[in-house]
Structures are given as C-alpha cells and as structure tokens.
Design a protein. Structure first.
Length: 287
C-alpha cells in the first residue's frame, strides 16, 4: 500500500515538487495557476505554478496560512472550478468539471434537513437513476460502515456533530468516488469529537482504499492523518514543502514523535503566516 511504502524523490524549483509514487498516479496537477479578476480591484493571483502527483489510495493533507489558496486548489482538483493555466488529470483524463467520480465534503456538509439519514445517503444514487431497492441496500451498507445503522430514520437535526460528519462520509462514499476531497471537515467539532472522527476516518480509509485529499488549518491533524503533508506559501499559493509522514498507524495527537513532526511543519508555516501578517498590516499602515 502507498501508505506503507511511500518513496519521495523531490525536486523543488519554481513551486514544483515531483515524486516517484510506488503506486499508479491517480490525480495529477500540472503547472496550475488560478487568477481571479474583480471589476474594481484588478486581479488576484491565488495559485501559481502548482504541480503535484497524488497516488492511488494515498491520504494527502494540504496546509497553509489563511488566504494561501488551499480551498481554491481543492475546488480545482474536484472540477468545481477551472485553472487559469495548467491542467488537472484524473487517471490520465483531463478534469473538465464536477462529476460522481470526484466527491467533496465541505465544512458545512450540505446535508438535507428535510430528508432522513438514509434518504440523505441515497440521494446521489437516486440522481444516478439507481432503483429504490438497490440504492437502499447500498445506503445501508455504508451506514453500517460509518456505524450509523440504528439511525436510518432519524433527521439531521436529531444528530450530534460527529454523527452528521458520518452521514456526510457515507453519502460521499456510497458513490464510490475515485477521489474524496475534504475541506476543513472537522473544524467546527469539539476536540473529543474530532479525535473520534480521526479514528473513524482512518478506519474507513483503510477499509475502502479510498484516495483522499484533505484540507486543514490544523498541522497536528494533518500529521495524524496524512501519508504526506503539502505546505502552501502565502498568496500566491505555491508548493513550499512536502513532508512525507512515515509514522506507524494508528497515530495519536499526543504522541511525542507526531508533535516533533508537526513542529517541523509549523516552523515553515510560521514563515508564511508572518508574510501574511506583514502584507495585511503593511497595507493598513499605508491606507
């Protein structure tokens, strides 16, 4: 498995980091930039010349200072937006837009409060035209996977925060996407629930062999979950460093070695946070 035998041969130049992956490349980002144009404020370069290779069944985490383009990059990889230049390929085919092979879980989750738990999980299958009996069977299978079998007929407002996260996971996984993208999914959870969700997500990832791209502000969370951690620079976002994480699993946030690895990432992250601070307050001082 890629998580057990990741081999890094990295060369860093002009924001490009290349790797030799022991398993086939699932998703390839090639020299991607994204510029946003505003009528009154000119243009903002959110991302510049980003190249990455993400392997089959890899768990890749992306961190960086606020405003570095983490969510922008995730949206591009998921086909929810298009790059200004460069291209993104899934299994060699260019990603031209959103599709069932690319699934996204946002922090807000987007669950439908008027539907029951099982109806939420079935929703994507229903949109695909899967018959009621088959989609109900598949939805129940994935509810068992996320340990929610006893809550099929509950409504979203009746669930805890962690249970809502599990429903969102089941709804995405039942579609069997090629890549699952997660954008700050646990940010709103309390520390205890977040720790439980880390365990659940890792268990599900091991069980399914799912390829996951996970965006977070929390460096310890990234080290806890990831095979690799990609650190982006402050705007425009470029790949500053890539950190392979070869710690044995399961990992725990309180592990001393995990804390040491997180400290290495934080040292470089702080450099980018300082740049963001200087730019923000430098502009404020000039105005």
């Amino acid at each position: 498995m890629i998580r057990d035998m990741l081999v890094e041969t990295a060369s860093r130049h002009a924001g490009t980091v290349k790797f030799e992956l022991p398993h086939p490349c699932k998703l390839r980002v090639e020299k991607v930039s994204r510029v946003f144009h505003a009528p009154n404020n000119g243009s903002v370069k959110a991302l510049e010349d980003i190249s990455l290779e993400i392997g089959q069944a890899e768990f890749l985490c992306i961190v960086g200072p606020s405003g570095c383009g983490k969510s922008t990059l995730l949206n591009l990889m998921a086909g929810l937006d298009q790059p200004t230049s460069g291209e993104i390929r899934l299994d060699g085919q260019q990603v031209g837009g959103p599709g069932a092979d690319l699934s996204v879980i946002f922090q807000e989750l987007g669950l439908f409060p008027w539907l029951t738990v099982i109806q939420n999980v079935e929703f994507g299958l229903k949109m695909r035209g899967v018959g009621r009996t088959k989609r109900r069977e598949q939805a129940r299978e994935y509810l068992r996977l996320v340990h929610l079998s006893g809550f099929e007929d509950s409504y979203i407002h009746q669930l805890s925060g962690g249970m809502k996260q599990r429903v969102a996971l089941a709804r995405s996984l039942v579609l069997q996407p090629d890549v699952l993208f997660m954008d700050e999914p646990f940010a709103a959870l309390d520390a205890q629930t977040r720790d439980l969700m880390h365990e659940e997500l890792e268990r599900i990832w091991k069980q399914t062999g799912q390829t996951i791209v996970f965006v977070t502000h929390n460096v310890r969370e990234a080290i806890r979950l990831g095979d690799r951690v990609v650190l982006l620079t402050f705007r425009p976002g470029r790949v500053k460093s890539v950190f392979p994480v070869d710690l044995p699993r399961p990992r725990h946030l309180e592990d001393p070695e995990l804390a040491l690895r997180a400290g290495e990432v934080l040292a470089q992250l702080k450099e980018e946070i300082n740049k963001a601070f200087e730019e923000e307050y430098g502009h404020a001082a000039q105005s």
